[in-house]
Design a protein around this ligand. Structure first.
Ligand code: ADP
Ligand code: MG
Length: 461
């Protein structure tokens, strides 16, 4: 096969990006498509090219494969006037390096992040346990993950501030600290605090009249991470100081990351000018993990705890406990302790014995009709309208979400869902589910609606 020049492939990809940028959402574009590049182009014959598209992670690869493959192929074929076979590969871009820079290039590999001793991290407020290496990525956090990675690639430039929100124990702090750790590894000055620490220090500083040292501490950094920012609600002097800190850092192009248990616009008793600042960058949420992610998290934690566990045991925990990562960790630790009383091995029997009954009680058993009622309540309409035929946008959305949840969360068959939804065709259900899956990835409003529904179904934590 004949290889096409590297220069050409860059040019071709640039044109593809140009077309895609106007046809998909900006968030999806910058998270998924932009980080990819054409790795090689080979001529199969006069009519056909084989194009290898490099994706920076397995996650990107799957997302491209599922959502954008068709579009990319179409645009490419139009651009080059050939039939194109596209091969997706996971590969990161090696920036063009001068030979003497090879070592410097190594610094960008993720291995570097584990080289810290804990003390260095603790000094700047980072939790030594939190890194990208041990962060599991899945459907409920992939956008947040991509955004966080975006920040590590170009701190202070893209996504500033990055605002991560979601319920307790879903990994907000973990992800934020992973970014801090990586930027620290790149030699940046990082400072991480909770908003409570920030407040307490400020009060102490005012008392001891050492405001200057406080300012120096928080305004002389490249990266400021503020955790649980909802706690500044009602604290006026904190908000005042925070506003000035924010502005100064922002003006200097420094990166700010914030976390909260709710969206910026839902934080009450915080000055509007601060809320506007929070909303000025990128806001992404993290939801509860689904079954596959729960299983992956359990496996990750087992390897951290250096414990052996039956796959079946972990599968049983993942399927019977529908909750956040923190609680999963708690349950696993409890079980591992119980196992050490025996032969140290975590088995399915042990899981059944220890959490069998109580775990099942934790998952609210919901009947399909109840789920439809919950959706109806959320959208302030009647069950009848959800299963009915009206094309009013609100109702169509509610209907799609109901179908999606019946299928994905309750595991009903397409036929079954079709019947429950007023005797529709099962292909209608299939399309609705596919549409929702796509939308959840790119449409913030839909994501929030689905997250809220899941919280209704499973209880908020
Ligand atoms: P939050 O700040 O959202 O309340 P944390 O970041 O403190 O949650 O996470 C709670 C616990 O769950 C931590 O021990 C963290 O390591 C773990 N955890 C959360 N999400 C993940 C994930 N995606 N992969 C691995 N561990 C996770
Ligand atoms: Mg937290």
């Amino acid at each position: 096969m004949k290889m096409i020049d590297n220069l050409d492939s860059n040019e071709i990809w640039k044109n593809v990006l140009g077309e895609l940028e106007v046809s998909i959402s900006p968030a999806a574009f910058s998270s998924w498509v932009k980080p990819c590049f054409i790795d090689s182009i080979n001529e199969i014959d006069a009519e056909r090219w084989l194009i290898e598209l490099a994706c920076p992670s397995g996650f990107h690869l799957r997302t491209i494969d599922e959502r954008y493959y068709g579009q990319i192929k179409q645009i490419l074929e139009r651009q080059v006037g050939k039939r194109c076979e596209i091969g997706l590969v996971v590969k990161q871009r090696i920036e063009s390096v001068e030979p003497e820079n090879e070592e410097a290039n190594d610094l960008f590999s993720e291995d570097k992040e584990s080289e810290f001793d804990s003390q260095q991290l603790i000094e700047v407020g980072l939790n030594p346990r939190f890194s990208f290496e041990n962060f599991v990525v899945g459907g409920s956090n992939n956008l947040a993950y991509a955004a966080a990675k975006g920040v590590t690639d170009s701190p202070g430039v893209k996504h500033n501030p990055l605002f991560l929100w979601g319920g307790v124990g879903v990994g907000k702090t973990h992800l934020m600290h992973a970014v801090g750790r990586m930027l620290l590894a790149k030699g940046m000055k990082v400072r991480a605090v909770t908003s409570e620490q920030f407040t307490n220090e400020l009060i102490a500083t005012i008392r001891s009249k050492s405001v200057d040292s406080f300012k120096k501490k928080y305004r002389n950094v490249d990266v400021l991470l503020i955790d649980d920012v909802q706690f500044i609600a009602g604290k006026e002097s904190t908000q005042e100081e925070f506003f000035h800190t924010f502005n100064e850092l922002y003006m200097k192009g420094k990166q700010i990351i914030l976390t909260s248990d709710r969206r910026p616009q839902d934080i009450e008793q915080v000055e509007q000018r601060l809320i506007s600042r929070f909303l000025g960058g990128l806001t992404v949420d993290i939801g509860l993990p689904d079954y596959e992610m729960r299983l992956a998290i359990l496996k990750q934690k087992c390897s951290e705890l250096k414990t052996d566990a039956d796959n079946e045991a972990l599968e049983l925990i993942a399927s019977s406990v529908n909750t956040n990562a923190r609680e999963l960790e708690g349950i696993l630790t409890r079980l591992v302790n119980a196992a050490t009383l025996g032969n140290g091995y975590l088995t399915k029997d042990l899981v059944e014995k220890e959490i069998g009954v109580s775990a099942k009680r934790e998952v609210k058993k919901l009947r399909p009709q109840q789920l439809i009622s919950l959706v109806a309540k959320q959208f302030e309409c009647k069950n009848k309208e959800i299963v009915g035929k009206s094309r009013r946008a609100e109702l169509v959305r509610a209907r799609h979400i109901a179908m999606y949840l019946l299928r994905e969360e309750m595991g009903l068959t397409l036929q079954n869902v079709a019947q429950l939804m007023g005797g529709r065709d099962h292909t209608t259900v299939m399309h609705a589910v596919e549409k929702m899956e796509r939308e959840i990835g790119i449409n913030q409003e839909v994501r929030e609606q689905v997250i809220r529904m899941k919280q209704e179904i499973y209880g908020s934590n």
